[in-house]
Design a binder for this molecule. Structure first.
Ligand code: FUL
Length: 488
């Protein structure tokens, strides 16, 4: 009898010890998680898109494919100027339209007869991909390639032969110009009811990209690396899951609905985060008659893209000289200066205390937990606050010695362990000592920037009302934006 009793106690003790140990270990990943390439991509946050080609010279948005090659003739192309501009604007990389829908290739593609080689530009000896990849390497920013599958010039388009031509095109673009961080596949197709119908071999295209550029993130309506955000206005959904279901779907007419692309799928099987592509000008290609968006518009776009768990791909089209226009470049510098000023002083750093209603492992040994809320303020991406496995709602409290005034609350989830938070709110103690809610939100993801009216308080609470597994957050910051005039 005594023996049985002893064995029972040992069992209970062992169970307690193992739960306590488990709570001192990092949480298990929840749902799909990003690959290391997708994580590095997400951390780039803002990239530059360059639409450049025959349309730059004809004023069209969609070329017919019949434009003579000589139409393309930049007078003083300088990719170092593009890369230096992107770098100074704080962009992580540049993606160039190496081949838009008109089929014209900005490099001497051996699979086509409609390329720079057939043009008068530099007597057929020019190669924009070569120049841009070298310029990006020099500026230490990423180099990415847009290639339109829809091709209005290729004689084989609309036949199975085209897939082979397209594979050759990919091979040429992806094997000769160094590392490519993103391969952009456009889903657009303007063939009318009587137009050519191409059945694309997507699996072969993606395999080809991965075979030649294993670290490339493939963009399309359905990824597999990242997805279109569903509009060209710079607006990611307020609720944005980095998860998407792609079974039975493909880019173009078979894509998920624009709403789905905008917010992702709650239970999506794959990690396919949103990329927000938008042009600084009304059109994608440069036109003298058009002008860049205002600083306020750009800041709003930043908040509705990067601030809503998306990467921003901002198009800045080079002009007929082959240069980024002065007007655009000045606007980009204003944009960068404004972002730097807005996010210069993190007021959360001035808190005298940060605490959490639950911290993983702290019930058992406060001193030993590696997951304390201090991690939210330490600037280290890989340290985070999290709770015990059974706790899916919790609050973080910040206390200040003196009241602070802010209107931006920045939160980050540690996405290498998946996306978890489904609903949160921000509370403060107001000047009458009453606790009140100043903002509510749904998803957080890689980054969420909550916009509020200026709020003055010495006590702030981030309340995670509902997470799908124990919440895992690695950053909390507060800022006062005095530059943005109107908010989205
Ligand atoms: C669209 C294209 O049709 C536009 O011309 C542009 O390239 C934009 C980024 O994607 O689908």
């Amino acid at each position: 009898m005594l023996k049985k009793f002893k064995v029972g106690w040992i069992f209970v003790l062992l169970c307690l010890m193992s739960t306590s140990q488990a709570q001192n270990l990092p949480p298990k990943p929840f749902g799909p998680t990003p690959s290391s390439a997708q994580l590095a991509w997400q951390k780039m946050e803002v990239n530059m898109f360059c639409h450049f080609g025959p349309n730059t010279f004809t004023g069209k948005e969609w070329g017919e494919g019949t434009e003579p090659e000589d139409v393309f003739n930049p007078t003083s192309l300088d990719c170092n100027q593009w890369a230096a501009t992107a770098k100074a604007a704080g962009f992580g990389g540049i993606i160039l339209t190496a081949k838009h829908h008109d089929g014209f290739c900005l490099w001497p593609n051996p699979a086509s007869k409609h390329t720079v080689k057939q043009s008068a530009w530099r007597k057929g000896g020019g190669d924009v991909l070569e120049e841009l990849s070298a310029a990006c390497q020099k500026a230490e920013i990423g180099f990415g390639i847009y290639i339109s599958p829809w091709d209005r010039n290729a004689p084989t388009y609309g036949t199975p032969k085209y897939n082979k031509v397209f594979l050759k095109t990919l091979r040429s673009a992806l094997s000769n110009y160094g590392p490519v961080f993103e391969q952009w596949f456009d889903g657009a197709n303007g063939e009318g009811p009587n137009g050519k119908r191409q059945v694309y071999d997507w699996p072969a295209f993606n395999n080809q990209v991965y075979a030649l550029q294993p670290a490339a993130v493939i963009f399309s309506d359905v990824g597999p690396g990242c997805r279109w955000v569903g509009n060209e206005e710079g607006k990611c959904g307020e609720t944005c899951w980095s998860r998407l279901d792609t079974k039975g779907r493909e880019p173009g007419k078979n894509a998920p609905s624009q709403d789905t692309l905008n917010g992702g799928n709650y239970n999506g099987a794959h990690w396919i985060p949103a990329e927000t592509d938008v042009s600084i000008r009304p059109g994608w290609f440069y036109r003298d008659s058009e002008h860049p968006k205002s600083l306020n518009e750009l800041l709003n776009i930043y908040y509705t893209s990067v601030g809503r768990n998306s990467l921003l791909l901002l198009n800045v089209p080079p002009d007929q000289r082959g240069l980024i226009a002065r007007e655009d470049s000045l606007r980009l510098m204003e944009f960068r200066t404004a972002l730097d000023a807005i996010f210069a002083h993190d007021l959360a750093q001035d808190a005298v205390r940060i605490s959490a209603s639950n911290t993983r492992g702290s019930q058992r040994d406060e001193a030993k937990t590696a997951f304390s809320p201090q991690s939210l303020l330490d600037g280290d991406y890989d340290t985070y606050w999290t709770t015990d496995d059974s706790v899916c709602s919790a609050e973080i409290a910040l206390v200040f010695a003196e009241s602070q005034t802010f209107n931006r609350i920045l939160l980050q989830e540690y996405i290498p362990l998946g996306q978890r938070v489904e609903r949160f709110r921000v509370d403060v103690f107001d000047e009458n000592g009453l606790r009140r809610t100043i903002a509510r939100g749904t998803t957080i993801g890689y980054k969420r920037i909550v916009l509020t009216e200026p709020c003055t308080t010495d006590n702030l609470y981030i309340v995670i009302e509902k997470a799908r597994a124990c919440p895992v957050l690695n950053k909390l910051a507060l800022y006062m934006d005095t530059i943005t005039q109107t908010t989205p």
